[in-house]
Design a protein around this ligand. Sequence first.
Ligand code: DSN
Length: 439
Amino acid sequence: MCNLKQSLEQLDPQIYDLIQDEKKRQQMSLELIASENYTSRSVMEAMGSILTNKYSEGLPGKRYYGGNQCIDKIENLCIQRCLEAFNLDPNEWGCNVQPYSGSTANFAVLTALLKPNDRLMGLDLPSGGHLTHGYQTSNTKISSTSIYFQSMPYQVDMVTNLMDYDTLEKNAKLFRPNLIICGGSAYPRDWDYSRFRQIANQHGAYLMMDMAHIAGLVSVGVLNNPFEHCDIVTTTTHKTIRGPRSGVIFFKKHLENKINFSVFPSCQGGPHNHQIAAVAVAMKQLKTPEFKEYIIQVVSNAKTLCKRLTELGHTIVTGGTDNHSLLWNLKPHGLTGSKMEKITDVCNISINKNTIASDVSAMSPSGVRLGTSSLTTRGFDNDDIIKVADILDDCFHLAMKIQSNSSSKKLVDFERKIDEYTDEILLIKNKVSHMTTGL
Ligand code: DSN
C-alpha cells in the first residue's frame, strides 16, 4: 500500500521530474501565449490544499452532503469577492463560481437559457471567436454548442478585421437569434456592448459576454464594461485574472435559479472546492493597486509589441490592439503561422498559430497570436518588450530562410530542414536565455 504521507518526489519521481522539467521550461522560455499567465504562490497553495478531498453538491447552505461548514464559507467569500472585483451590486447581479472551466461555464449558460435547437450567434472562430460560441464547419458540428443548438456565426469585416456590426444586425434579422454571444479568443479590439444590446433587443434575445481573455482588463476599467449591457457574463480565471484554471458565470439576478440549476445538477457534479478557494484568492489580488498597475503595463506592453513589429516591417491585424493580445499576419511575407510557431518553439518562445479572418483553412493559418500577460507578470517593461519583438523578428527571418531552402512549401519539409540551422537557433536561444535568466 502506498504511503499517503510520502512526498511526490519520494512516491513518484517520474511525475516529479516531469513537473520540474516543465517548471524549467516555463522559467527559461518567453511565454507569449495570450491565454496563459503565471499564477501566484498563494493561488497554488489553495489549489494544492486539502479542499480537494471534499464533496459539496449544491450551493452554500443547501448541500447534499454533510461536513460543509468551511466549504460554505469559502464559496460565499468567493462569490462576494467576484462581485466586488467587478464592482457589481449584489442586488442586481449574482454569480456561480462552480464551473470547472470556461467551456463548461458557457455550456451551462446555454443549457440554462435555451431549449435544444434554439438559435445562437457568436463570433466565428476564424474571426477570433471561441469554439464554444457555436463553432461548426460546412461538414462538421465541432462544438457541443453547435450540436445541441442552431448556430449562425457573425464575422469581422474581411478588409479591416474589425467587428462587422452592420452585417450581424442584417443576419440577425433573418436568423432571429434567441441568444447572442460577444467576446472572443483572438480579437485585439474592444467591444461595442450597446450596439450588441440594441441588436439583441430587436429579437428579444439574451446577450452574453465571454470576457475570459480580457476579464482582468475589465476589472480595472481599461476596457468597456460588459456588465452595463449584458444579461450574462462568463469568464475563466487563469488568463488576465492570473488565478487558477476555473470558470465563473455572472448573471442578472432574475436568471439566478436557471443558471444555478444548470451548473448543478444539469451540467456538473460536485464543485472543485480547491479551485473555488483559489479563485477567491485571485479575486482578492484583483482589488489591489498592484494589480491595476500590472494590467496597465500589460496593455502598454501589447501596444509596444505592435509598434515595434510594425517598425520592423510586419503586419499587425487592425493595426494595433486595445487589450493584452495581438494578431500578427504573416501572409504578406508568404509564411504561415505554423512555420513561425515551429521556429519559435525550438528557440524557447511559446506562441500559437492563429487564423486571420480571411483564411480558407484553419489547418494552415496565416498568423500568430501573441499576448503580453505572462511576460508582464515576470516584470517585463516596454524596453524589454522591444527586445522581445526583435527576437521574434530574428525568428521570422530564420523561418523565411529555412522556407526558401526547403524542397517544398510543405510544413513537413520545413520541419525536416530546421535541424540544419542549429547555429542560428542557438544564437536566438541565447538571447532568450539572457532575458529570462535570473527572473
Ligand atoms: N485556449 C484558450 C485560448 O487560447 O483562448 C481558450 O479556450
